[in-house]
Design a protein around this ligand. Structure first.
Ligand code: FAD
Length: 321
């Protein structure tokens, strides 16, 4: 028996969240004795990139290289995964919580009759039953859910699991998934990046600006910092309402929820509705001229100062690194 992990990839690279899912599965297999970890990758991706998934703990990667599977065709991915799952005789499938992961997991749960738990943050308790700790209410609380089916699907919250990096290269095997026309009933014909070099929902670092930046003309220093750090840019709601920045950059309760390793908030007060979208970030750095700004209470590091002085100096220092 093996644990199956669904691998997501973009632009030729396996996503870090999928490596976290593999690391989780590796630890889970050690806990439950479910054998090894078999990753399943769908679509065009280089063999060396797939072999590197072994570093996170997969012993094998089943690869369906059909280019028709490239653009997240959800139904086809769910069908292919169900076949791999049955072929291997798995009882557990692990994947990263994401919009694609959610869509695939729900369909797969129906196909294989599995109980599904999403936003999982740690290994399940299996001494009596199978209880999973899940993050809810945008990271403000935890729910403990019991899965009662033999088959289980666990969607892992981003940045909740330590990445294993010391495994050996995985063996990559070609895998032929039998897919029908109905699996491709709806397909993505093209995609277009909205803006920036790094996509906000998946960014590992986010540099975000608020109304404290006074106007759209002052966003250059935010973009500079994002470029230096390889980060995505984001903003508070009023900033997008004022059309200083596009709406798809707005984070918070009514915007995108992000959980990067590092969230840098510049000139943002830290209203509860903003925090709802960012408080799952691993490390929060706040730059605000008001020492009583509420955001400092949620910050790991804070700089009290004028953004127009602090940010250019920080950028110079970061460039010099
Ligand atoms: P402000 O509250 O105006 O804060 C600006 C901050 O910049 C202040 O703390 C100030 O000290 C600081 N500052 C000023 N000048 C400087 C300077 N030179 N250098 C450094 N710091 C400076 N908001 C969201 O962001 N996301 C949401 O999803 C969201 N959803 C909402 C949903 C509802 C139902 C409601 C009612 C509100 C929602 N809001 C949301 C709005 C939210 O309540 C706040 O009004 C908003 O987050 C404030 O944005 P801000 O911090 O950019 O602006």
């Amino acid at each position: 028996m093996s644990i199956i992990v669904y691998i997501e990839h973009a632009e030729g690279k396996v996503k870090k969240t999928s490596l976290e899912a593999v690391s989780f599965a590796h630890a889970l297999a050690a806990q439950t004795g479910e054998g090894d970890v078999v990753a399943v990758a769908l679509g065009t991706i280089a063999e060396e990139e797939l072999a590197a998934v072994g570093s996170a703990g997969a012993s094998k990667v089943m690869h369906a290289a059909d280019s028709k599977l490239d653009e997240g065709v959800i139904q086809a991915h769910a069908s292919a995964l169900a076949q791999a799952y049955k072929q291997v005789g798995a009882k557990t499938l692990v994947l990263a919580k994401s919009s694609l992961g959610d869509a695939v997991a729900a369909r797969l749960a129906v196909k294989v009759g599995a109980g599904l738990a999403s936003n999982v943050v740690e290994l399940p308790k299996t001494d009596s039953g199978y209880t999973v700790k899940r993050s809810i209410y945008t990271g403000k609380a935890f729910a403990f859910s019991t899965i009662t089916t033999d088959d289980k699907i666990l969607a892992i919250k981003k940045n909740a699991i330590d990445l294993k990096t010391d495994g050996e290269a995985a063996q990559v095997e070609q895998f032929e998934a039998a897919l029908s026309e109905s699996d491709f009933a709806s397909t993505i014909t093209s995609t277009e990046r909205a803006s920036g070099d790094v996509l906000l929902p998946e960014a590992d670092i986010v540099v975000s600006g608020g109304r404290g930046l006074k106007g759209p003309e002052n966003w250059g220093m935010v973009e500079d910092m994002a470029k230096i750090l390889g980060a995505a840019t984001a903003c508070s709601k009023p900033v997008s309402d004022l059309e200083w920045r596009p709406h798809h950059e707005h984070v918070g309760q009514t915007g995108i929820k992000v959980a990067p390793s590092l969230y840098i908030a510049i000139g943002i007060s830290g209203a509860i509705q903003h925090l709802a979208g960012v408080n799952s970030s691993k490390c929060i750095v706040v730059i605000n001229k008001d020492p009583d700004a509420p955001f400092f209470k949620a910050a790991d590091y804070g700089i009290v100062g004028d953004a127009f002085e602090v940010v250019p100096k920080l950028n110079e220092a970061l460039k010099a690194e």
